[in-house]
Write a protein that binds this ligand. Structure first.
Ligand code: SAH
Ligand code: MG
Length: 207
């Protein structure tokens, strides 16, 4: 059966294919009764609608970490820049108003908790076990590594780690998400579950 979302998903700017989003939703739905979900990298809220809708159905919360200033490839002059997101007063991108409007339209304001800061700051005192962690923030090597190191230790046994933009072939895209995916597998703490386009799912083993 086709997934019914509370909002027209195509009206939300973002970087997530419907088939990937549906996999995110279904996976979150299967674990969110265990605890809160976190996403790193919200942009205008596309993935947050998929994850948040699943969390809402399970009475869980979604923490959504993003400084809302855009990744490298979202900046002016880069491939994924959208001039609508430019804040002239700040002289920088600002996707927070779009994200906020998405949460309101999708009736997710009591489900999604935006954390508007750099992921390394959000990680510093983080101590809440997560039923699922979705990493889709900065794709530079150092940032992907910071996200993996900072938050993956908080995924609970039996919980899910999902990583977006995994490309085995460097011709297809940057290698940082693939590197942290490989780190997770080699750690022995995660077992690969499935791959949906460039979205990889792993399950934290029960130890
Ligand atoms: N998941 C989104 C797309 C995310 S794009 C969707 O479904 O459309 C990547 C996002 O990560 C951008 O919004 C950017 O602002 C954010 N980001 C990049 N580096 C970050 C960092 N170090 N800390 C917090 N957010 C970051
Ligand atoms: Mg992505």
């Amino acid at each position: 059966m086709a997934l019914l979302l509370p909002v027209d998903i195509h009206s939300i700017k973002g970087f997530m294919e419907p088939v990937e989003g549906e996999a995110l939703h279904d996976t979150a739905l299967s674990v969110a009764h265990l605890g809160p979900v976190m996403e790193i990298g919200s942009y205008c809220g596309k993935s947050a609608v998929y994850l948040g809708t699943a969390c809402k159905a399970q009475g869980a919360l979604l923490y959504a970490v993003d400084h809302h200033r855009g990744s490298e490839e979202n900046q002016p002059g880069w491939e994924h820049h959208d001039p609508d997101t430019w804040d002239t007063q700040a002289g920088a991108m600002d996707t927070l108003p779009f994200f906020r409007a998405t949460l309101r339209r999708a009736q997710l304001e009591e489900t999604v908790i935006p954390i508007v800061t750099q992921s390394r700051l959000a990680a510093r005192h983080w101590n809440i076990p997560l039923s699922m962690l979705f990493i889709d923030g900065g794709h530079a090597r150092e940032m992907a590594m910071t996200d993996y190191r900072g938050f993956s230790p908080h995924v609970m046994p039996g919980g899910i780690l999902a990583i977006h933009d995994i490309f085995a072939d460097p011709e297809d895209g940057g290698q940082a998400p693939h590197e942290i995916y490989t780190l997770a597998v080699n750690s022995g703490l995660y077992a690969p579950l499935k791959m949906v386009q460039s979205l990889g799912f792993l399950r934290r083993v029960l130890v």
